[in-house]
Write a protein that binds this ligand. Structure first.
Ligand SMILES: Cc1cc2nc3c(=O)[nH]c(=O)nc-3n(C[C@H](O)[C@H](O)[C@H](O)COP(=O)(O)O)c2cc1C
Length: 263
């Protein structure tokens, strides 16, 4: 590797699968491509996306508190300029102009792109300022997929994810480069297989001992002391106890929430 200029960072992190963030406020539906997104929590299931205040979609999400992620197939690549280069502020109804249709989510009534390969309805739970973009955190309330997603995984037989590589900067017109991998190479790597297995098992045992200790303690301090002792017994650094207790408390909270939502 060689050190390069920080201005290239964004493109070093590509390619990514961008999502189309859709939202609606007072009858106005909009949407934009967003490459800067991630899952931020398992339970509750939280997705995050960074949106600049200038985007019309920013206003729609802030005002309505409801939004959606939509994943597009590469066959829709020609629609990308409507979603990523022009603003709903200046081209009202741009999703329809792009030849795409809106359907309603079943849970929040969020606007979803009918032609998408997958969509997630999200309820806005927080907005965190981060430099020139704000990070919107949304709790997933429903997820929809086409049939290519089966057995808990994309089969990738018909779905070809739209991916983004960045903008060209050569003299002349600016191009955005979209791609989809050809000739997928697939390998199944055993989870913590081979010589890592004992360590993976040790980790699971440690986590459950910590959970037990936290459950049996009447205060956080007591739990941290108990976990310090466990770590010493296991030949591990006792000063990590705080982190493991925090993790166990959060997981317990997640289980409680899951219990609540399934009841
Ligand atoms: C592939 C791609 C990824 C993008 N990712 C983001 C992003 O993560 N966050 C953001 O604020 N803008 C992003 N943009 C820019 C917006 O999509 C663009 O400004 C859009 O026209 C905003 O539309 P709106 O004003 O109707 O919301 C991206 C654009 C493209 C083409």
């Amino acid at each position: 590797m060689r050190r390069i200029g920080l201005e290239a960072l964004e493109r070093v992190l590509y390619p990514v699968i961008p999502v189309v963030v859709t939202a609606e406020h007072q009858g106005r539906v909009g949407g934009m491509l967003a490459a800067w997104w991630m899952q931020a929590s398992f339970t509750p299931p939280i997705l995050a996306v960074a949106i600049a205040p200038e985007r019309y979609t920013y206003k729609l999400v802030r005002e309505s508190g409801v939004f959606a992620f939509n994943l597009l197939d590469f066959k829709l690549v020609d629609k990308a300029p409507f979603l990523g280069d022009v603003s709903e502020r200046l081209l009202p109804g741009k999703i329809r102009e792009a030849g795409l249709n809106i359907v309603r989510g079943e849970v929040l009534g969020a606007p979803l792109i009918a032609e998408a390969s997958a969509a997630v309805e999200l309820e806005l739970v927080d907005v965190v300022e981060a430099g020139d973009h704000d990070v919107f955190l949304g709790e997933a309330k429903a997820v929809y997929t086409v049939d290519d997603f089966r057995g808990g995984m994309w089969s990738l037989e018909t779905y070809r994810p739209l991916m983004y590589l960045g903008r060209t900067r050569r003299p002349g017109p600016v191009y955005r480069v979209y791609l989809t991998p050809r000739g997928w190479e697939r390998r199944e790597i055993e989870f913590a297989g081979g010589k890592l297995k004992p360590l993976a098992e040790k980790r699971v045992r440690l986590i459950s001992r910590v959970e037990e200790a936290v459950k049996a303690s009447s205060s956080r301090e007591e739990a941290v002391d108990a976990v310090r002792r466990i770590l010493s017994e296991e030949g591990l650094d006792p000063s990590d106890a705080e982190y493991l207790v925090e993790d166990a408390l959060r997981r317990a909270k997640s289980y409680r929430r899951r219990g609540q939502s399934s009841s």
